[in-house]
Design a protein around this ligand. Sequence first.
Ligand SMILES: N[C@@H](CCC(=O)N[C@@H](CS)C(=O)NCC(=O)O)C(=O)O
Length: 224
Amino acid sequence: MLILATTEREYPWGTLRSTNASKVKVVLEEKALDYVVDRLHPGDLWKKPESILAKHPLGKVPYLETQDDGVIFDSTVINEYLEDKYPEPPLSPATVPGRARMRMLENLGDEAFLAGGLPKIWMPMWSKPEDRDATAMEAGRSALRARGLPFLESQIRGHEYLCDEFSLADVPYMAVAMVLEVDGMDLSGFPNVADYLARLRQRESYRAISPSTSLDDSAGRQKS
Ligand SMILES: N[C@@H](CCC(=O)N[C@@H](CS)C(=O)NCC(=O)O)C(=O)O
């Protein structure tokens, strides 16, 4: 059994989840693997108790506890591990340049979105609406409009998924789809991205990270 360490919490405005851990959840779901979720207290990501540092030296989520291979940390590394260990269904292109494209676009998702503008929008959502800094949130949206979104718009235009078939390149954008579903950010300047995110939300695997899925209904997956 695989154990995914993450943070997830229910609020009146939706179930909020770690963006990086949501990347791993999507891959566990896409590959129909058995797993359970270990939900850490969000405050522990800042306090960094020894129990978490023993699993992830930076005290971050996600990390994945495996029976065969110990603890694996970092969402991109975990997802490549899952792809290597459980190759079916494949989530990477067959060719070398195809895999390079997948890694570039995956990295863009991580750097320009998940570590770029997105936290400025997502972190305040874990507080009550009246305690949020609306200016900082708008700065997050502006950062996305200035950096990640124009390139993503150019890359997804004319394609269903970034490498044509759904792949690891699309996985960070599942987390973007999750955040922007709660935020409702106006994407009218990026119509192809808006359609792409809507398409990602239609995937079965999105249910496990959807803001409208309760904690009880997204605690893992076991073969029936
Ligand atoms: N590159 C890492 C980033 C992990 C990360 O920043 N996770 C956030 C939660 S989404 C976290 O644990 N933040 C606490 C911190 O930065 O110390 C990954 O992809 O797993």
